[in-house]
Design a protein around this ligand. Structure first.
Ligand code: FES
Length: 274
């Protein structure tokens, strides 16, 4: 694990003026544990989401109108009847195209360019650097100044898309208050869908771009009391952004898993009304 000093003469901890230490790190604690857990957490979500995106089954519960967020919005004629809340403007899709193909790139773009996830995968996967006082294995650092990482600067546009997607998920959650025979209904699935969408809003609104949209570029907060108040609330949420980033990965999987179990008749939804 020690660094080849010859390749690194001019950068990072091997720059002239820094202490001449050839070991990659002098840390003796388990500094590798955090990057390892982060990698495992991200990999779990990626594998689960990829499998679910392609299986094309058990994503809609007709009796209660539960739709998993992984298939929303479902816009093609391949979608099961009832699951297309916004119509079917697209024809049947081949199996290799996920049914929510339209928003998948936007969702991925939002998460991948998120400031917190950048920190997570730069450290854990790219090892740049993997931990404090642990030298990175790369010889050069170019930052986010050229392709592909310059795309990270598009995060603010993915934020606008994420707001629209959160509105769609909210609409799905409202439509899910549906009883078996029609009319109003309420079950455990509704609780899960509402908690999920609430946390998705918390993650979206705690975004650093949202903070800039609400209060950025203001020279005098006193002249913009409403924006200042909104910025203050967003800033409070923003302090929890990392937590929301992780919690929403978990709640997305949990929500999808619950809908899958009910839709496949593996379990029955616990009904409170209707
Ligand atoms: Fe994480 Fe914008 S910074 S979603």
């Amino acid at each position: 694990m020690s660094a080849p000093a010859s390749e690194r003469e001019a950068t990072g901890v091997f720059s002239p003026g820094r202490a001449r230490i050839l070991a990659r790190t002098l840390r003796v604690d388990r500094w590798w544990l955090s990057p390892l857990l982060t990698t495992l957490g991200l990999a779990t979500f990626i594998v689960y989401a990829t499998v679910r995106a392609f299986v094309r089954s058990a994503y809609w519960v007709e009796e209660y109108h539960y739709l998993t967020p992984f298939y929303s919005p479902c816009l093609s004629e391949s979608c099961v009847p009832g699951s297309s809340h916004f119509g079917t403007p697209f024809p049947e899709l081949p199996m290799w195209i996920p049914l929510n193909f339209l928003i998948l790139p936007l969702l991925l773009g939002f998460r991948v360019t998120c400031y917190y996830y950048r920190k997570a995968y730069y450290r854990s996967i790219w090892l740049s650097p993997p931990a404090c006082a642990v030298a990175e294995p790369h010889g050069r650092y170019t930052g986010e100044t050229r392709l592909p990482l310059i795309i990270q600067n598009a995060h603010r546009y993915f934020f606008y898309a994420a707001v629209i997607i959160s509105l769609i998920n909210t609409y799905d959650a409202i439509l899910a208050f549906h009883g078996e025979g029609g009319g109003f209904g309420f079950g455990l699935g509704n609780v899960i869908l509402v908690v999920n969408v609430t946390l998705l809003w918390a993650y979206t609104l705690s975004c650093h771009s949202c903070r800039h949209v609400t209060g950025g570029r203001l020279k005098h907060f006193s002249a913009h009391p409403v924006r200042y108040w909104i910025w203050t609330q967003v800033s409070k949420l923003n302090t929890r952004h990392m937590q929301f980033a992780w919690i929403t990965l978990g709640t997305l999987m949990l929500t999808d898993f619950y809908v899958m179990l009910v839709a496949s008749n593996t379990i029955s939804d616990l009904r409170f009304v209707g």
